[in-house]
Ligand binder design. Structure first.
Ligand SMILES: [Zn+2]
Ligand SMILES: [Zn+2]
Length: 162
């Protein structure tokens, strides 16, 4: 369903503007993941931390990084994304049909996502009521909340009739 999406052409709707990570901070992220610092890896992180889209597919990243590192392949990108995700440095937003968007975690609070299944646009939002409800459900079970992910899929206003 999402295979032919023009992902990367839509601007994300962010709840607040992103703070850019400088090169030193990006290298710090690699170190925290136990990864060796390479120019390619830093380049991948740079793409993840720059806009107008802050939620990017592996394809978006590959296309950007390829401009400076023509030999980089999907496998390298995926391996790095997996490591970053395991270390909880990035957030993976499943877009269905095996496609995902990735977002570098920022210092700001966690937020939820509304994704348009047609154009791939991602709209971020926060909602105290959802947050409190999720915390309550977890607490009632006597669990400790570690992470919460809410993904909502829509046809956005410009794609309503498709
Ligand atoms: Zn749309
Ligand atoms: Zn986001």
């Amino acid at each position: 369903m999402l295979k032919n999406l023009p992902i990367g052409t839509q601007t994300d709707v962010l709840i607040e503007p992103r703070t850019f990570f400088n090169e030193k901070e990006l290298k710090e992220i690699l170190k925290k993941c136990g990864l060796k610092i390479t120019k390619q890896r830093v380049a991948v992180l740079k793409v993840l931390s720059s806009g107008p889209r802050y939620h990017k597919t592996a394809k978006d990243i590959l296309e950007e990084v390829k401009k400076n590192f023509p030999n980089i392949g999907f496998a390298t990108i995926y391996r790095l994304l997996k490591r970053l995700s395991q270390a909880q440095m990035i957030l993976e937003i499943s877009m269905g049909a095996g496609s995902s968007c990735y977002e570098l975690k920022t210092k700001q609070q966690s937020h939820y996502h509304i994704a348009c299944l047609n154009c791939g646009k991602i709209i971020e939002f926060k909602n105290k009521m959802i947050e409190t409800t999720l915390e309550k459900i977890v607490l009632e079970k006597n669990y400790t909340l570690k992470n919460q992910v809410v993904e909502i899929y829509v046809n956005c206003d410009s794609c309503k009739n498709q």
